[in-house]
Design a protein around this ligand. Structure first.
Ligand code: SF4
Length: 215
């Protein structure tokens, strides 16, 4: 897979980021309380991807980078912002200035990408360099493990580009997830759950997951 996805997916805006959803506070997407931004759009098509509704680069909502940074920096009592998706590195023109604004505002950055470092183009590398922690590599269903912290498959690696955090900050490799219950009664599950366990906990029939969103 070429690292130069920008031309392939036609992403050129440096002032707007296409966002699928935002959770203001989570404890299972990196160290401490974090705001989580799921970007919209990914062409990597990992087999078994949980977020296939975030693959199209046409969905979600376009956010002006400055407006988005203001919104994210207005959320109190969080250590940082985690970017997931979709693949954040498929929108590097908008992502880079957003990461800078968030860092300037005192937030740490955690980023998930399906790319390996060797696949990245220059602009994507510059984004990665602004991250304190990143999980890199495709999600591989045949290497899925429920014993990993912050990642879904054994091949995915945790790296520390800025040196602000280290292996010690990962702590124990244990499965963590959260269930957020929406005003409409739907469930949003984030983290790395055993879905059967979650269905049992919620008393939810296996045949109908339409009100469960797993991200
Ligand atoms: S990189 Fe992430 S969002 Fe993209 S297909 Fe793979 S698991 Fe899904």
């Amino acid at each position: 897979m070429s690292g130069n996805m920008e031309s392939e997916v036609g992403i050129s805006s440096n002032s707007q980021l296409r966002v699928a959803m935002i959770i203001e506070k989570s404890r299972v997407n990196g160290p401490g309380w974090r705001t989580v931004v799921w970007v919209q759009g990914c062409t990597l098509a990992c087999d078994g991807c949980w977020n296939q509704h975030m693959w199209p680069h046409s969905g979600g909502e376009l956010w002006d980078v400055e407006e988005l940074s203001k919104k994210l920096l207005s959320i109190d009592d969080v250590e940082g912002v985690t970017f997931s998706g979709g693949d954040p590195l498929q929108q590097p023109r908008a992502l880079k200035p957003l990461l800078k604004l968030l860092r300037d505002g005192g937030r740490t950055i955690f980023l998930y990408t399906g790319y390996e470092e060797v696949e990245l183009n220059q602009r994507q590398k510059e984004c990665l360099e602004l991250c304190d922690i990143a999980v890199v590599g495709r999600y591989l269903e045949n290497q899925r493990s429920l014993d990993l912290k912050w990642r879904g498959s054994e091949n995915q690696r945790i790296i520390f580009p800025t040196g602000k955090y280290s292996e010690e900050d990962i702590g124990e490799d244990i499965q963590e997830y959260e269930v957020h219950i929406g005003e409409d009664g739907g469930y949003t599950i984030t983290g790395f759950p055993d879905l059967d366990e979650v269905r049992n906990m919620l008393g939810h029939p296996r045949e109908d997951d339409s009100d469960i969103m797993n991200i």
